[in-house]
Ligand binder design. Structure first.
Ligand code: ADP
Ligand code: MG
Ligand code: MG
Length: 919
């Protein structure tokens, strides 16, 4: 069998039969099509079919109509399919029916459309009724009219569901399988009337026309609202298009010995070995995942259809061996015969990702480098999420299936619109639904947890929640959600009103009423002490073992050091516990917060600074003693004072009002008046662009004296106790080398002063923050005057973009994001194009001027996974982030070392689920 040969040899065919594709062709065939081709090659029982390529879809989206050369290729491949299937479309004796299925390169489960039973017509239904019974035939026809109506003609699904519900009621049956042939026939005719009513069109009676229309509808579904929103969230580009697979139908709805199911080769929630999934007898397509009927656990299939079960086990084994990863599988049993309809590398929870990666290493499928590639920083982050403390059964209002682990507390809402609105307003919401469909994705993203009455562990709600890291409980039997009246009745009779607080435990499946106290995860605890000297983890929990093992491997591989930001002894202890190799940023102004704030105020407003400076020197010494003690032997970078003045000075307006009120009352406090004058003198309209960092130090250099002396005294005190403190001094907000040189001279003098006083040798390396564009642009000169650079990318982003960071949250940036003007918040994920360019420029010039120049980065970006990998690729020596983010940074630094070069550039990497992008 050969593919249509095009007139021009270099033109790709637009239609490729399964027999001619393979899994490497996901770009062209979509993940689903490529994997169907691959399974066909492997000899698995896959129905015949072909794939219309993503190129055809892109052409369609560009032209507004299918490319001209598609039609003849489609006609030819349908003929080939009819030949190999031994059945023809529209044949009145033994008709072929097909499914027309979406499937893009990256998995977008349930986000696009699929039409089943295409080819069913008035003539065909009679033929099928004769051959295989009228109930089956009319069930297929009813499904086609419904799916065609919704997908091709855009008819509201509710119109069909309403008829179905009424039919069930009238027939006195709980689900659609109870409807007889006569009723289904009535429904089919009814549905067709709805089609005509709503769209002015009936179902075409030419099967080829049905195929053509379905193909176009699937193309269009690429740009459906759900699909767009999902892509935006997952960072999938909008211009790839979807492939369309046309597959010979196999029938899970052909009676009691038929059915359809989904299967994971391992538990996707916890990662334990052994197949896992749901089966539904006498069911087709989505029936098994949409929660309309109670499914059977796969183990039940062993009793029902032992041969099919054995076959399934064999095939999933083949697939795991072949793909070297956990896969998920859609299968259908038609009258005792097993068919595989789809496979892909399966989505999994964060916990399962770590567990499965390590198990696959032990089973010889992959090595530790690959295990490291298969987990992500965000996954590790989610495992550090807390759990409920002291959850008792007393306040449990329901127990469902633990579909996605975690513990979340929020206000219950019953529709996705409210979830999105409340979520956008910063409220924590729990979305409680009868079941979820693709329309609920926005609401799910806006929620901290999702609860559904129906659906199993592989239901839509479960799959999406795991993918996006939301806590989720499904299958809460007996839960009745009354969306209209904004309330839900739980199985025990408890009624919850919109806005009531509930606590959702995604690990146990329990729903508690009210707010439960949360506690940190076992993983967080283990990871938080793994760096303690002498600490050995003997956890019985396979997840904890897996995380520590992967982290250890990341440490082995990474070249990027990970330090922490800390200002106090306890924080430094925690940092070391998390595996920090030093303090990359000690913000001395943090030592002057709270009750000590007044010191900075006095520094600026009082005439006699002597006592204030002495106090600052003492505090600096005390705090740094604690920090350096915890970090004994490891470097501690002490940044000189960098207080944004407005955070330390009294508010000008408030103070003015107070003085004015006093004046009116006739008793003026001279001190207050003096203070007001000082505050007015220091007042700035743009404090973030004002007298900060080295500028303040240049104006009041006595601050340098006090801080450096305090630091030196701390060093000497620790040395006297036999410890080995290692300190470096960092000068903030430098724009020009002259500022740096003046500060450096003053630092050297202060060090010399203490050294002389104690008759010891002291030498403190001096580094410079690169956090202004001018610093980056004059890096060569700065490097000659400093031994290391520390990139302060918060300020560098602020000043490069000209966006106030203090106002960034909730500012126009979020609107920019929602309308696509920026993809990522540059304060969250480093803007590699702009800010990154300055970083690279500074590195190049700096290293040229001083080859041994040390390079670090500190601030928010140092804990952001994509940014960490970027910094690693830039060749920095270390990043410095907050202590709890240290493990994530270690993991991502390790991944940077084993991932292909340039992978840090994928902006979607932050939230992309693990695994090969397939569908
Ligand atoms: P999705 O990408 O949303 O999973 P699919 O294209 O996989 O959509 O199809 C939807 C459902 O229909 C799945 O359950 C699938 O197994 C089923 N299905 C698709 N093609 C066939 C077929 N040829 N025969 C029987 N069932 C099918
Ligand atoms: Mg599918
Ligand atoms: Mg700064």
């Amino acid at each position: 069998m050969t593919t249509v040969v095009s007139a021009e040899p270099d033109v790709q065919p637009l239609v490729v039969p399964f027999g001619e594709g393979d899994r490497s062709m996901a770009d062209l065939l979509g993940g689903k099509g490529a994997n169907l081709a691959e399974m066909t090659r492997l000899g698995l029982p896959v129905p015949h079919g072909f794939v219309i390529t993503t190129e055809a879809c892109r052409d369609y989206l560009r032209l507004g109509h299918p490319p001209v050369r598609l039609e003849p290729q489609l006609v030819e491949q349908i003929a080939v399919l009819e030949h190999v299937a031994g059945r023809r479309l529209g044949d009145p004796t033994d008709p072929l029916l097909v499914s027309v299925r979406s499937g893009a390169r990256s998995s977008m489960p349930g986000m696009m459309e699929t039409v089943l039973n295409v080819g069913m017509t008035d003539a065909v239904v009679e033929a099928l009724a004769t051959r295989r019974g009228p109930r089956f035939a009319w069930d297929c026809y009813r499904r086609l009219v419904q799916m065609y109506g919704r997908t091709v003609l855009g008819v509201d699904e509710g119109r069909f569901e309403e008829r179905l519900a009424r039919a069930r009621e009238r027939s006195g049956v709980a689900d659609d399988t109870g409807l007889d042939a006569h009723t289904l026939r009535g429904l089919t005719l009814d549905f067709r009337r709805i089609l005509v009513e709503e769209s002015g069109e009936d179902l075409p009676q030419d099967p080829q026309e049905q195929v053509r229309r379905a193909v176009v509808a699937v193309f269009d579904s690429w740009n459906g609202q759900r699909a767009r929103r999902y892509r935006a969230h997952e960072g999938i580009p909008d211009d790839l298009g979807t492939a369309v697979s046309v597959v010979e139908m196999v029938y899970g709805n052909a009676g009691a010995r038929s059915g359809s199911g989904v299967c994971f080769t391992r538990d996707p929630a916890g990662g334990a070995p052994g197949i896992y999934g749901d089966y539904l007898a006498n069911a087709q397509g989505e029936d098994v995942v949409n929660g309309s009927r109670a499914t059977l656990a796969l183990s039940g299939l062993a009793d029902l259809e032992p041969e099919c079960y054995e076959g399934l086990l064999r095939h999933v084994h083949t697939l795991e061996n072949h793909y070297g990863d956990m896969c998920d599988v859609e299968f259908t049993i038609e009258e005792g015969h097993l068919w595989i309809l789809q496979t892909r590398v399966g989505k999994r929870s964060a916990a399962a990702a770590f567990r499965i990666a390590c198990d696959l290493v032990d089973e010889g499928h992959i090595d530790m480098d690959e295990a490291l590639r298969r987990v992500t920083g965000p996954q590790l982050q989610s495992l550090l999420h807390p759990r409920f403390r002291a959850a008792t059964d007393d306040d449990v209002i329901a127990t469902g299936l633990p579909a996605s682990p975690g513990a979340a507390v929020g206000e219950a809402v019953f529709d996705s619109g409210t979830a999105e609105a409340w979520g956008a307003a910063g409220r924590a919401v729990v979305l409680v639904r009868p079941e979820t469909s693709a329309d609920d994705v926005g609401g799910m993203l806006a929620s901290v947890a999702v609860v559904t009455a129906r659906g199993g562990l592989t239901s839509h709600a479960a799959v999406v929640a795991r993918g996006v890291g939301r806590t989720c409980v499904t299958g809460v039997e007996g839960l009745e959600v009354d969306v209209e009246n904004g309330q839900a009745r739980w199985p025990g009779g408890f009624v919850l009103v919109r806005g009531d607080i509930i606590s959702v435990d995604g690990s146990s499946g329990q729903i508690h009423r009210g707010r439960l106290e949360v506690q940190p995860s076992q993983v967080a605890e283990a990871v938080g002490h793994a760096g303690d000297p002498g600490h050995v983890e003997h956890s019985a929990d396979p997840l904890v073992r897996a995380v520590l093992r992967v982290l250890a491997h990341a440490d082995l591989r990474r070249t990027l050091g990970v330090r922490a930001n800390a200002e106090t002894g306890p924080d430094a202890v925690s940092a070391r516990g998390h595996g920090a190799a030093g303090i990359g940023l000690c913000r001395t102004e943090h030592m002057l917060l709270g009750a000590r704030r007044v010191l900075v105020e006095r520094l600026l407003t009082s005439h006699d600074r002597g006592p204030t400076l002495e106090a600052i020197q003492k505090i600096t010494c005390d705090e740094l003693t604690g920090v350096m003690e915890a970090m004994d032997g490891l470097p501690v970078v002490v940044r000189l004072l960098d207080p944004p003045l407005h955070e330390f000075l009294p508010d000008l307006v408030e103070l003015s009002v107070r003085v004015a009120v006093d004046e009116v009352a006739g008793h003026v406090d001279p001190e207050l008046v003096e203070q007001l004058a000082a505050v007015r003198r220091w007042h700035e309209t743009n404090p973030m662009l004002g007298l900060r960092g080295v500028r303040l130090l240049s104006v009041l250099p006595e601050i340098i004296d006090a801080q450096v002396r305090g630091l030196c005294e701390a060093i000497l005190a620790l040395r006297a106790r036999g410890l080995s403190p290692v300190a470096e001094v960092l000068v903030p907000l430098v724009a020009d080398v002259a500022e740096l040189e003046a500060a450096r001279a003053r630092i050297a003098a202060a060090v010399a002063f203490v050294a002389a006083a104690h008759e010891v040798d002291l030498d403190l390396p001096v580094g410079v923050m690169i956090e202004l564009p001018r610093a980056a642009l004059t890096a060569g000169a700065l490097a000659r005057a400093a031994t290391f650079f520390s990139f302060g990318t918060n300020d560098l982003t602020q000043t490069t973009w000209g966006i106030s960071r203090d106002d960034a949250e909730g500012s126009f940036l979020s609107e920019y994001r929602s309308c696509g003007l920026v993809r990522d918040d540059p304060f969250e994920t480093l803007d590699q194009v702009g800010v990154g360019r300055l970083v690279q420029c500074a590195i190049a010039e700096g290293r040229a001027a001083r080859p041994a120049l040390g390079l670090g980065a500190c601030g928010e970006h140092a804990g952001d996974p994509a940014s960490v990998r970027y910094f690693a690729d830039c060749g920095l020596d270390y990043v410095s982030c907050s202590p709890p983010r240290v493990p994530v940074a270690r993991l991502e630094a390790g991944r940077a070392a084993v991932l292909p070069a340039g992978s840090a550039q994928s902006a979607g990497a932050r939230s992309a689920p693990v695994g090969v992008p397939t569908q």
